[in-house]
Design a protein around this ligand. Structure first.
Ligand SMILES: [Fe+2]
Length: 189
């Protein structure tokens, strides 16, 4: 699903795709991803914008690589297969009751994504913020409610946050940032 909302001055695309519905991910891989995040999570860290528990920012292993193989095609479609994307930053996060993420951007990356390993309707969603003046033609913020298996793809420059988790059930994510591998080929010639 591509969500077009009047959030910004120029239209932007936020893609939301459920990998289970699309038959792209197995329950087994999702379970391995959940275990992998839990096995690699650090203590609650207040130094980053994610006020919850996190892995490090190079959370690559056989399971996250298998996830990335699945979503690479979906990421490539965002730029109509015209940009050779690479993903180096990848991290896992667990939000428990009281955890949240302050508004932040993922610049200087180009494209960002979040995969919801575990998320219920009652868990906090992902909120995108309009950094410019809202008026009759656009809105101040847009909240997307993800569920387990959803992948959300968005431009890295969009300000976003996660509201304080009110639910007793944990919310587990794996996220990443992509860049243009062939940035030197970009030219105005
Ligand atoms: Fe983020």
């Amino acid at each position: 699903m591509i969500i077009h909302e009047g959030l910004f001055i120029t239209p932007i695309e936020i893609h939301k795709i459920n990998l289970f519905k699309e038959g792209l991910i197995s329950k087994e891989l999702n379970e391995l991803l959940e275990k992998s995040v839990k096995d690699n999570i650090g203590p609650k860290n207040y130094k980053t914008n994610l006020k919850g528990k996190m892995t490090n920012y190079y959370f690559w292993n056989i399971h996250t690589s298998n996830l990335f193989k699945i979503i690479k095609n979906l990421l490539d479609k965002y730029f109509l297969n015209k940009v050779d994307l690479e993903c180096k930053d990848i991290w896992g996060g667990i939000y428990n009751k009281g955890d949240y993420a302050t508004p932040h951007l993922h610049l200087p990356s180009l494209l960002s994504w979040v995969y919801y390993v575990k998320c219920e309707n009652k868990n906090s969603g992902l909120t995108f913020h309009n950094r410019y003046n809202s008026n009759n033609h656009n809105v101040e913020m847009l909240n997307i409610q993800p569920k387990t298996g959803d992948l959300i793809i968005f431009p890295s420059y969009i300000l976003h946050s996660v509201k304080e988790e009110k639910n007793d059930k944990e919310r587990i994510i794996i996220a990443g940032n992509c860049n243009n591998k062939d940035i030197k080929k970009s030219s105005l010639n």
